[in-house]
Every structure is written in structure tokens, then in C-alpha cells.
Design a protein around this ligand. Structure first.
Ligand code: ZN
Length: 191
């Protein structure tokens, strides 16, 4: 297994729809193992393939209370019930959290790593993680679901602000002064 480098915004792969998997090949098993290792190393509850640079429809999720990672290939959400407002972060948008609307309960299905059909009934953090990771495979980020465009914040409020905000044609790199602005623009520009 190998830890893979995380793709972070504004990497365009995070805005690209991943392709359906038609063959459960050994290379896919390696990818899944690497995604699990990367999720552990990054201390996340889930990782979608785009986040490690692969446009295939697979994600892994492991909640703190889970003993094993959940693997879902070609996942679909078949039912959503209720809504709730909750804070959310993403390994591809390091250092930030935002307030989003998510479903209270979801039902999902997909294939496990052996190609067997799995159905999941979820609520709470698992429902949130399923929606978040499936979004990734569709090129959607949580900043697209912000309740208000300014409801996103830096995790460390005591971080020193640089003196000058240099305007740029290009999206700002992470943690530069324009980054938060960039995230808000992203949320508006890409439904
Ligand atoms: Zn994410």
C-alpha cells in the first residue's frame, strides 16, 4: 500500500466527473488499498478517487466507530430524507469548514471491492459522508452547498494575515489571502 498525494482545490480534477467502473481489476484493488492508507494518513473519514487523482467511481469511508473501511464502487444514493444544517470540511480544501445543508437520512447502494451489491441505510455522519464522497465523484464540492456564501471559515482564526492581498488572474493557492474569496466564488460559479 502507498500513501497517495492529495489533490486540493483548485485542481480541476476535483471538478471533473469520474467514470463508471466496469471491471474490478487488480489495479482497482491496489487503488482501494492506497485510498484507505491515504485516508488513515490524512485522518479523514472518507476519500473519493478524484481526490487522489483517479477519475473512477469509487470511494472509501471509515467513521471513528467503524472497524473496517467501507468501499463503494459505482455508488448511487437511492433515497434522501429530511434536511439538516451542519458544518463540513474536506481534505481537498484544507484549513476550512463551512455550513452546509445535508440530508438527515440516505439510502445508498453500490458494489463492494469484490463486486458484490451493497445497500446502506445511513443517518448522521455516515449519511453526510456518503453524500460528500458521492459529490466528489460528480465534481461537486461542499462549498457548492454552503447555506450562505460567507458561511465558510478558516479553522485557525489566529493565523497571521499577510499585509497585502495581491489580485491575480489565477485562482489563489491554498491559504493565500484570496483563497477564501476563491472558495466563495467557486461556490457561486459552479452549481
Ligand atoms: Zn471531500
Amino acid at each position: 500500500m502507498a500513501r497517495l498525494p492529495m489533490r486540493i482545490v483548485p485542481d480541476p480534477i476535483l471538478r471533473t466527473r469520474a467514470k463508471r467502473i466496469s471491471n474490478i481489476a487488480p489495479s482497482l484493488q491496489r487503488l482501494i488499498d492506497d485510498m484507505v492508507e491515504t485516508m488513515y494518513a490524512e485522518d479523514g473519514v472518507g476519500i473519493a478517487a478524484n481526490q487522489v487523482g483517479v477519475l473512477q467511481r469509487v470511494f472509501v469511508i471509515q467513521l471513528p466507530e467503524d472497524e473496517e473501511p467501507r468501499v463503494l464502487i459505482n455508488p448511487e444514493i437511492t433515497r434522501r430524507e429530511g434536511t439538516r444544517e451542519i458544518s463540513e470540511g474536506c481534505l481537498s480544501i484544507p484549513g476550512y469548514r463551512g455550513m452546509v445543508t445535508r440530508s438527515e437520512k440516505v439510502r445508498a447502494k453500490g458494489l463492494d471491492r469484490n463486486g458484490k451489491l451493497v445497500r446502506i441505510k445511513a443517518e448522521g455522519l455516515l449519511a453526510q459522508a456518503l453524500e460528500h464522497e458521492l459529490d466528489h465523484l460528480n465534481g461537486t464540492l461542499y462549498v457548492d452547498h454552503l447555506i450562505e456564501k460567507d458561511q465558510i471559515w478558516k479553522l485557525d482564526p489566529h493565523e497571521e494575515e499577510p499585509d497585502e492581498d495581491e489580485p491575480s488572474e489565477n485562482p489563489a493557492p491554498p491559504h493565500s489571502p484570496g483563497y477564501l474569496q476563491y472558495l466563495r466564488r467557486t461556490a457561486i460559479a459552479e452549481p
